[in-house]
Each structure stands twice: as C-alpha cells, then as structure tokens.
Design a protein around this ligand. Structure first.
Ligand SMILES: [Zn+2]
Ligand SMILES: [Zn+2]
Length: 163
C-alpha cells in the first residue's frame, strides 16, 4: 500500500467513524484497493479486480463501499454516453475532464485552463456560482482509426460480463 493510499484510507476511516458506520475489514480492503487502482472503472470491473484479491467479498459490499467513498468525497462517479457508471479516485485539486473513444472505450484525462476559465466566465455572465461541471469529449482514437485499437472496449463489455 502506498503512503497516499494510507492517507486516503485514514481519512476514509475517520469519515466512517464520524458517521457511526462499521469500519469492517472488507470495507477497508475495498477502499485500499480502490485507492491503489488508477483509471475509470465500472462497478463490475472493480468488483472483478477485488474478487481476484479476496473471493469472499460480495458485489453488494463493493457497491455500498463505492457509494460511501463517493459520499465522503474520495471517489467520483462519472457517466459517459453508454450509461454505465464509472468510478475514479477523487484527489484534491485534481479536476479534469475526459475524452472517450467510442470505438474501444479508451478514456483519457484532459484539462485546459482556457476552457476551465471560459466555463467560469460563462457561468458568471449568467450570474451563476459554479459548484462543478461535466465536460466529456467523444470521438475515435488514433489506434482505432489505424485499426490497431484493443478489444477491451465497450463493444466487448457484455461478453466480459458473461465470463
Ligand atoms: Zn479507440
Ligand atoms: Zn478521470
């Protein structure tokens, strides 16, 4: 476990204690695995990852723990055009948007200060105080255009779930 994971985990445990929730060893293991796993993962993908480490953990426990991590502000739930909720670690001051390949499902993180500033200006010009925004770009990545995209995309997802 990295020290960053340890810090996150300690904060999460404090959140659970404040809420009077049980800090079970399974919830801790799920949270630690989540903090250690980079990227954007659906519940099913993350559950498969967890079960490889501990086959005794149920999907409901994984789901509830992910929801608690979101509630505590340590995880973000993101939605792209396929309607599947994905989760990523929410680090402080790490705001970014996403560009998604509709062919292979690859997700890249993007952030452009000019676009960020423009969004704040647009909101201010309409007398809105911004609390957040979602900005997703969709397209086709270079690998897919060149016919070398991997097969781990959304087209393959239903098949993966049947395994
Ligand atoms: Zn692609
Ligand atoms: Zn992201």
């Amino acid at each position: 476990m990295t020290s960053v994971t340890n810090d996150f985990l300690n904060c999460f445990l404090q959140f659970m204690n404040r809420k009077g929730l049980n800090t079970t060893s399974q919830r801790c293991a799920i949270a630690a695995a989540f903090f250690d796993l980079p990227g954007h993962h659906s519940l099913e993908e993350f559950y498969q990852h967890i079960v490889r480490q501990d086959p005794g953990i149920g999907q409901t426990t994984v789901y509830r723990t992910l929801k608690l991590l979101c509630e505590a502000g340590f995880a973000s739930e993101i939605h792209f055009s396929d309607g599947i909720a994905r989760y990523e670690v929410a680090k402080p001051n790490s705001h970014h948007d996403h560009i998604v390949c509709l062919s292979c499902g690859k997700i890249l993180e993007i952030c452009n200060q000019r676009i960020e500033a423009l969004q704040r200006e647009l909101a201010a010009s309409r007398d809105f105080t911004l609390s957040g925004h979602v900005h997703n770009l969709y397209g086709c990545c270079a690998d897919c255009r060149n016919g070398v995209g991997n097969d781990k995309g959304r087209a393959a997802e239903p098949e993966d779930l049947r395994k």
